[in-house]
Design a protein around this ligand. Structure first.
Ligand code: SF4
Length: 331
């Protein structure tokens, strides 16, 4: 999508709102104050009756599995489930953090991790015929290992049940037990280690709270690569529309690249409820294209940058692009 948009450098600067300052040609963001309704490039497809959407939903609900697709009210659910893919959310439904942009329920989890969840998940992934399985979770600051052992058990179950499939984990920050948790997860050898930085340095604490740290996120990504002992791909994601400038986005991309990150995703923030952070701007498709070009020049293996891009959106293609040197891709 969006490939028919005019080139970034054809955008007249006077249409600009909150773009960058240092030579960014992409000055076409729409401030939400001027344009509260979704622009046309944010429109999504509804699930169609002849897609796999309903089959996937029945299978996941039947196995009592959570997905970030549903928990975060992802706009791509019709497309992704319709293609027969989904992103599993392990370790329960309740997150011990309360990031200002995230719809996942936060509070005190009522139960410990379910030891049978990895097996049910692997069974469902096999039934779905997945070739690339993406697993994420809520934060579990209440569990001594922060859920690292559960991640490892899930990866092992998947590799046993689906030996041909690759596994991608999108982990929390493992607050206070980072080194041990990384070692535990990486010992199970996921092909992709993903940890989202989420936003730029200036907004990180405001959006993610005092427990999270921009520098710790960068450290985690670099340390994962150092500890892996095999060629793991590292990946991170940025949400735009939270009040950052385009130059700050590029600074964050630079930070990620300097910490060895291979794949980056950039997508538009959508306010999930009135209790969450307001949207600051609708970032124009030309600006997303400009981010991709910047990332390409920095040497990322893959840059997925587009209004509806999410960390797990077409994750199989992101991995393939990075591994085959197909370069950056935008949607
Ligand atoms: S983009 Fe990710 S979270 Fe959203 S529906 Fe697709 S797989 Fe699920």
């Amino acid at each position: 999508m969006n490939r028919s948009q005019p080139e970034a450098n054809a955008v007249p600067p006077e249409e600009g709102a909150r773009g960058g300052t240092m030579g960014s040609p992409a000055l076409r963001s729409l401030p939400v104050a001027d344009r509260p309704r979704r622009p046309e490039w944010m429109k999504v497809r509804a699930p169609s009756a002849d897609s796999r959407y309903f089959e996937v939903r029945e299978l996941l609900h039947g196995q009592r599995l959570n997905t970030i697709c549903e928990e975060a009210r992802c706009p791509n659910i019709g497309e992704c489930w319709g293609r027969g893919t989904a992103t599993f959310q392990i370790l329960g439904e309740t997150c011990t953090r309360a990031c200002r942009y995230c719809y996942v329920h936060s509070g005190k989890p009522g139960s410990p991790p379910d030891p049978l969840e990895p097996l049910r998940l692997a069974q469902a992934a096999a039934q779905m015929g997945l070739r690339h399985v993406v697993v994420t979770s809520v934060d579990r600051d209440d569990v001594p290992d922060r859920g690292a052992g559960h991640y490892a058990a899930t990866i092992r179950a998947l590799k046993k049940k689906l030996p041909e499939a690759s596994v991608e984990v999108l982990t929390p920050d493992f607050l206070g037990v980072e080194e041990e948790a990384l070692a535990t997860v990486l010992a199970a050898r996921p092909e992709v280690f993903n940890h989202n930085i989420e936003t730029v340095r200036r907004l990180h604490r405001k959006m993610r709270g005092a427990k999270a740290s921009y520098d710790k996120a960068l450290w985690l990504l670099r340390r994962a690569k150092e500890l892996a002992g095999y060629p793991v791909l590292t990946k991170s994601g940025i949400i735009v529309g939270l009040g950052e400038t385009n130059d700050e986005v590029v600074e964050t991309m630079t930070d990620l690249r300097e910490h060895g990150v291979d794949v980056v995703t950039i997508g538009q923030y959508l306010q999930p409820s009135s209790r969450h952070a307001p949207i600051d701007r609708w970032v124009h498709p030309d600006e997303f294209r400009w981010f991709r070009e910047q990332g390409e020049a920095m040497g990322f293996g893959s840059v997925f940058s587009g209004p509806l891009v999410r960390s797990s959106y077409r994750a199989d293609e992101q991995r393939h692009a990075a591994e085959t040197g197909r370069g950056a891709v935008a949607h």
